[in-house]
Design a protein around this ligand. Sequence first.
Ligand code: CS2
Ligand code: MN
Length: 357
Amino acid sequence: MKMTFRWYGSGFDPIPLRYIRQIPGVTGVVGTLMDIPAGEVWPLDKIMALKKEVNDAGLELEVIESVNVHEDIKLGLPTRDRYIENYKQTLRNLKPAGVKVVCYNFMPVFDWTRSDLAKPLPDGSTVLSYDQSVMDRVTDPQKLADEIQKGSSFEMPGWEPERMTQLKTLFEKYKHVSHDDLFDNLKYFLEQIIPVCEECDIKMAIHPDDPPWDIFGLPRITTCRENLDRILGLADSEYNGLTLCSGSLGSNPENNIPELVRYFGAKKRIHFAHVRNIKIHEPGKFDEASHLSRDGSFDMYEIMKAYHDVGFDGYMRPDHGRMIWDEKGRAGYGLYDRALGIAYLNGLWEAIEKSSK
Ligand code: CS2
Ligand code: MN
């Protein structure tokens, strides 16, 4: 297992690389180019500059999260071919930088969705939280998007301004897209890019939908074991793999995370592990929690043990953290709580490793 930490890049992330370097056990960052709109080619010089900056700080850049997929690809529009060609070129440009895994998602319109970005917990920390009943009252998703953006001084990942200005048109376009259509459109995309991934030795790792059910009437497919299996079958290559995000999949209690880790881990199709805990209050209502088992609904020991037992040797990162110690940062992506999360996950890992000998 290689422990990593998500970093949005200088100018986009208030956390300096040298702080990340000081978190025990972290060997690399999960990087991105925030200023390239979905669908455009990531320029080689920008990728190499990012690599140099990260390497100069004593860290590796082997995982990218995310190279976002243009909506026309998800919608299956004739214009998709141009964007798929661009995606291939981005992969070819990432190869010389030594990138091994690309995380992406196939969620229509919205990336991860929350009803509150800073819900106070009794200990004074704030967390991201989701309440389906709040969502059900939203009649105009544009208002929600505006609210969400207003509360945070940083852009939410996957909520790029250029996408948010087109919400109405996008909703219109998705009206006739069914779940099966979405599978077909993902298949079309994968069939074209997986051969390029094989040639570049870069593994694709689809991130689950968050939360893993339809929202605002938009279809979502990366939601459960059956669908994940179907997605892996769309292009039967180890280069077509998963980001197994415990917090996203696990917000549906029917998704048993340790079981999913064992199942897909045994198939060697988990290339990237997002490990975090959430507290489920009732179906469709949850808060993010610290990584500690007793603070949330998951048994983090069982999750880490499952990774250990399947011989997981891919990349792992803590996922969203709480905002603590008066830190100001990107919602879910502060330094302190994610660093605590890493210390805890590393502790579990060491104990599991030693006791299994
Ligand atoms: C989120 C997502 O939970 C998460 O990891 O922060 O934004 C995630 O990065 C994307 O859905 C992956 O494409
Ligand atoms: Mn995640």
